[in-house]
Design a protein around this ligand. Structure first.
Ligand code: PAF
Length: 280
């Protein structure tokens, strides 16, 4: 497995890999866990070669302390990627990605600023900008993203459609711990008490699914989420959003097509998100 830090070298490497067949891409910010490895496994199964990227993207962090404290586990990450059969890892510096005088941004202007984007202004602009750069640099046939970051996946799909990027976006199901907590690099920052409280997010989503399954409305599902989260003192609910899974527009009443339910809550200083698609 090659570890590459510059754009000309990764382009040369991908050109060589292309001669063996298709190339899959998994973009990450490192601190890899089983959730990332599910993306890598799906990519390895679908392509002759897989390129992974590790870059903690400064433009998607609103809070500087979140960026500074973002976990860095480079050696362990590289060992996991090597064992999983990744061909090359691109680990650029911030100046390689954002050269002096960089001023170009990519933004899905509506989708980026609604829902979770309202809680984290500028976040999805930073994500879309760095992902567009990575797509241009790597030139893969397909890229794999977790469904847990539901709005991120929607933003990336829309950007790819609108800007005609010639690659397929594949969403991979959320990987959970045995108690239901969705895996996230942020989980390591939870105290023991916060970690024990965090599976409440999944339980709240299960309750919403049961409510919709029993013929309930979106409003009833949201109320059931608030009630479940309200039982957990360590959870400070930030947002609950219910959208049409295809259009990503907020919906009300009794759903008649697949919906996406997104929640975010603070556990101490750590913001966790979770999501579920529900077919009524
Ligand atoms: O999901 C992530 O880890 C990041 O948002 C991504 C897609 C790698 C962009 O920095």
């Amino acid at each position: 497995m090659k570890v590459i830090r510059t754009i000309p070298e990764i382009r040369e490497q991908v050109a060589a890999l292309r001669r063996n067949g298709s190339v899959g891409l998994v973009t990450t910010m490192g601190a890899l866990h089983r959730g990332h490895m599910a993306l890598v496994e799906a990519a390895v199964a679908g392509h002759e070669s897989v390129v992974a990227t590790i870059f903690v993207n400064p433009t998607q962090f609103g809070n500087p302390s979140d960026l500074e404290t973002y976990p860095k586990t480079e050696d362990a990450d590289l060992a996991l990627l090597r064992d999983a059969g990744v061909s090359a890892v691109f680990m650029p510096s911030a100046t390689e990605m954002y050269p002096e005088g960089d001023e170009t941004i990519v933004e899905t202007t509506d989708l980026a600023n609604r829902l979770h984007g309202k809680v984290r202004p500028g976040h999805f602009r930073g994500v879309a900008t760095v992902v567009a750069k990575l797509f241009n640099i790597i030139g893969a046939d397909a890229a794999y993203f977790g469904q847990k970051d539901y709005q991120q996946l929607a933003v990336i799909r829309r950007m790819v459609r609108d800007l005609h990027f010639p690659l397929e976006i594949i969403g991979v199901e959320t990987v959970r711990d045995s108690d239901g907590l969705a895996l996230s690099s942020r989980n390591v920052r939870l105290s023991d008490a916060e970690r024990s409280a965090a599976p409440i997010l999944n339980r709240a989503l299960m309750q919403a699914e049961a409510t919709i399954g029993a013929g309930g409305t979106v409003e009833e599902a949201v109320a059931s989420i608030r009630a479940v989260i309200g039982t957990e003192a360590f959870a400070d609910l930030q947002a609950v959003d219910v959208v049409d899974a295809l259009t990503f527009r907020p919906i009300n009443g009794k759903p008649d097509a697949k919906i996406g339910v997104m929640i975010s809550a603070l556990f101490g200083e750590v913001l966790l998100i979770d999501q579920r698609e529900i077919t009524p």
